[in-house]
Design a protein around this ligand. Structure first.
Ligand SMILES: Cc1cc2nc3c(=O)[nH]c(=O)nc-3n(C[C@H](O)[C@H](O)[C@H](O)COP(=O)(O)OP(=O)(O)OC[C@H]3O[C@@H](n4cnc5c(N)ncnc54)[C@H](O)[C@@H]3O)c2cc1C
Length: 475
């Protein structure tokens, strides 16, 4: 009998798992994918929003503001990249300026500090801002985070403290039997006192299975351009358009590695697994981004990607705590990432109220830091190479990642098992060549470390092999 089963290892499920590791509880996380954080949590704008714009009184407003305040210390504990760069919402007309003033009133209600910048002040902050911009609303507490690293670090720390994770195991049925739950998966059946639905886009399916209700979560796609990091700072804050009914609108934002994101679009789609990118959406980005910046260096585009928001018709987060031990989260769309520390704390508190566990006195909140060789001084690098020569062998030339770092990310709790898993953890494949030069070494290293053949190594999910054995002889 498990105390708690969490369905889904996105940022929400992983954060809840880490919070529950602080108690003496038997916690199992079930994830249908081959890795944690491969759903919406790996395809977003990576912004820890300040909380200035969600309507005051909504759950989005409550959890965003609280979550934003919690990130700096959590990221320090988990060694996750986070940068408090601030955001600016840009107005291009008197009408948009009036909206900025309304937004400022809303931010006051949410208790979030904002500063209205005039044209000159805005241009001083952001020299590349579009010539038509007349004002900006600065939210100094906004930040950017490495979302891939965050989910992995949360789960690694949760596992270091006793949580169990089963990957490639899809929950197919949940039944309330007597006073507990029978959870059936693609591989097994479990019994649990508490079940937490953190299944993101598929949370409606799990919710309806358990409650018999007919909730609907609709995918709303957002597509992006990614620019390579280039020497001079292009924008130093996250720049937002004035929001519309479709959401926050197109943005331009640096990432924690100095890349730039342009996007996202916002369109409802039929298929939750559809993460394609199409030319029409990219054309919308190119048009809309002119409301923010001039002279976009499109010659630096290295990738396009998309993610699907889990939209619920309340247009707010839905967090329901049933008195039988079922806790269900739906509609965790943006600002779900920014809100995740606060949402997960409340959900963990609900579990504690229900099960009344004792504290885990041996809980260690600190994750062993990554090596981050490209950030070391030459002296520190030499010292590390003396201890282990693998830290002197650069595998990814674009991002400066060594063999030692790749091996390390495979051999931790919640370690990488796929090419994408290595990329998300230590970045080979994120650079200009997109893995063209380093992928073969990554495959070889995964195979060696995991005791597998290179033909067994997946790009991401099971079955996504990229090397095949030739059966017939070559003529
Ligand atoms: C375009 C876009 C931009 C965004 N930008 C931001 C932003 O800048 N800042 C911000 O705060 N938020 C942003 N968000 C929102 C944020 O990304 C999400 O709120 C957050 O990632 C949701 O996390 P999650 O854990 O609920 O979902 P997910 O990450 O999707 O995790 C759910 C997990 O459940 C698993 N699962 C589903 N069904 C089952 C099953 N039956 N059995 C087992 N496992 C299952 C899935 O495989 C998945 O791994 C954005 C979202 C999008 C799409």
């Amino acid at each position: 009998m498990k105390d708690v089963i969490i369905i889904g290892a996105g940022v929400i499920g992983s954060f809840i798992a880490r919070n529950l590791a602080k108690y003496n509880l038997d916690v199992l996380v079930l994830e249908k994918n081959n890795d944690v954080g491969d759903g919406t949590s790996c395809a977003n704008s990576a912004i820890v929003h300040s909380g200035y714009d969600p309507h005051a009184g909504t759950l989005k407003a409550k959890y965003n503001v609280l979550g934003n305040q919690m990130f700096p210390s959590i990221c320090k504990e988990l060694d996750v990249e986070f940068d408090n760069i601030g955001s600016i919402t840009v107005a291009n007309s008197e009408e948009e300026l009036a909206t900025l003033k309304e937004l400022q009133k809303n931010s006051d209600l949410n208790g979030v500090k904002t500063i209205l910048l005039n044209q000159e002040e805005l241009r001083k902050e952001e020299p590349f801002v579009t010539k038509t911009a007349i004002a900006g609303l600065l939210a100094p507490t906004a930040g950017i985070i490495n979302p891939f690293e965050l989910v992995v670090a949360l789960m690694e720390n949760a596992m270091d403290n006793g949580v169990k994770l089963h990957l490639n195991e899809e929950v197919t049925n949940v039944e309330h039997v007597g006073s507990t739950f029978k959870v059936t998966t693609s591989k097994d059946t479990y019994e649990a006192k508490v079940v937490i639905n953190a299944a993101g886009l598929y949370s409606d399916k799990i919710h309806n299975m358990v409650t018999g209700e007919s909730e609907v979560v609709t995918p709303r796609k957002g597509e992006y351009y990614v620019l390579d990091h280039f020497a001079e700072k292009y924008v130093s804050h996250t720049l937002f358009s004035v929001p519309s009914s479709k959401g926050k609108g197109i943005l331009v934002s640096p990432t924690t590695h100095g890349n730039y994101l342009l996007g996202p679009t916002s369109e409802f789609v039929d298929d939750k697994s559809n993460v394609s990118v199409d030319n029409d959406a990219l054309a919308v980005i190119k048009k809309e981004v002119t409301r923010l910046v001039d002279n976009v260096p499109y010659n630096y585009v290295i990738r396009e990607f998309s993610g699907n928001r889990a939209y619920h018709n309340s247009n707010d987060f839905v967090i329901r705590n049933y008195d039988n031990g079922f806790i269900s989260l739906m509609g965790i769309q943006s600002p779900g990432l920014a809100s995740s520390p606060a949402i997960s704390k409340d959900v963990a508190d609900m579990v504690v109220d229900y099960l009344k566990p004792s504290m885990n006195d041996s809980f260690n909140p600190i994750r062993r830091p990554l090596y981050r060789v490209n950030k070391l001084t030459p002296e520190q690098r030499n010292e590390l190479i003396k201890q282990n020569p693998d830290f002197g062998k650069v595998v990814c030339r674009c991002e400066g990642i060594t063999l030692g770092e790749i091996k390390d990310c495979i051999n931790r709790n919640c370690g990488a098992t796929s090419i994408k898993g290595v990329k998300k953890r230590v970045r080979p494949g994120f650079g200009k060549c997109q893995g063209g030069f380093c992928e073969s070494t990554v495959i070889k290293t995964l195979a060696n470390e995991l005791g597998k053949k290179p033909t067994d190594i997946n790009l991401s999910n099971n079955g996504s092999y990229i090397i095949f054995e030739r059966k017939e002889s070559v003529k």
